[in-house]
Design a protein around this ligand. Structure first.
Ligand SMILES: [Zn+2]
Length: 165
């Protein structure tokens, strides 16, 4: 937790740490297992932007996550290499227009203190692949024919006909 992120940036401070993947609760839906940890570092800076000096944060993080393959539902190791540049904006203040056109920097609104782990979670969630899959794997066969059958297959078995394919 950073009590004053604007001051943190202005003084060009940095903090770093390691968090257990199991503590990043909002990631849990995407993971096959929550083993391991994520190393992170947050650096503050004031960037000259024309006549203004803008408070920026740079968040880097690395680690290996065990994602859940969308096809076979097995574990899929994925290397996290996060490098996010964030422009601090006070809550309620307009985001400078050029900021919206700059893909390399995201603006984040901050009111009061900054929860670093929540920010880390946000940034990891944005970095995750949308539909992670092994290059070669098969969809799991339904165990005992009970789990996740399509309604059509269920209908077919009710009628006593062989299910499709
Ligand atoms: Zn798979």
């Amino acid at each position: 937790m950073i009590s004053d992120p604007f001051r943190f940036a202005a003084e060009e401070r940095s903090i770093q740490g390691e968090v257990a993947v199991a503590d990043l609760l909002r990631l849990s839906d995407a993971l096959a297992s929550s083993e391991g940890g994520v190393l992170w570092k947050l650096e503050g800076a004031l960037i000259e932007e024309g006549a203004r000096r803008e408070p920026r944060l740079r968040l880097t993080a690395s680690g290996q996550l065990d994602l859940c393959c969308q096809r076979c539902l097995g574990g899929l190791p994925w290397v996290l290499g996060l490098d996010s540049r964030l422009h601090l904006v006070r809550a309620g203040q307009p985001i400078p227009e050029e900021e919206l056109e700059n893909d390399e920097v995201d603006a984040i609104e901050v009111e009061g203190e900054l929860d670093v782990l929540a920010l880390l979670e946000d940034e990891i969630l944005l970095a995750l692949p949308v539909a992670p899959r092994h290059e070669n794997c098969d969809a799991p066969r339904p165990v005992g024919g009970a789990s996740k059958e399509s309604p059509f297959a269920a209908l077919a078995s009710l009628r006593g006909s062989p299910s499709a394919k």
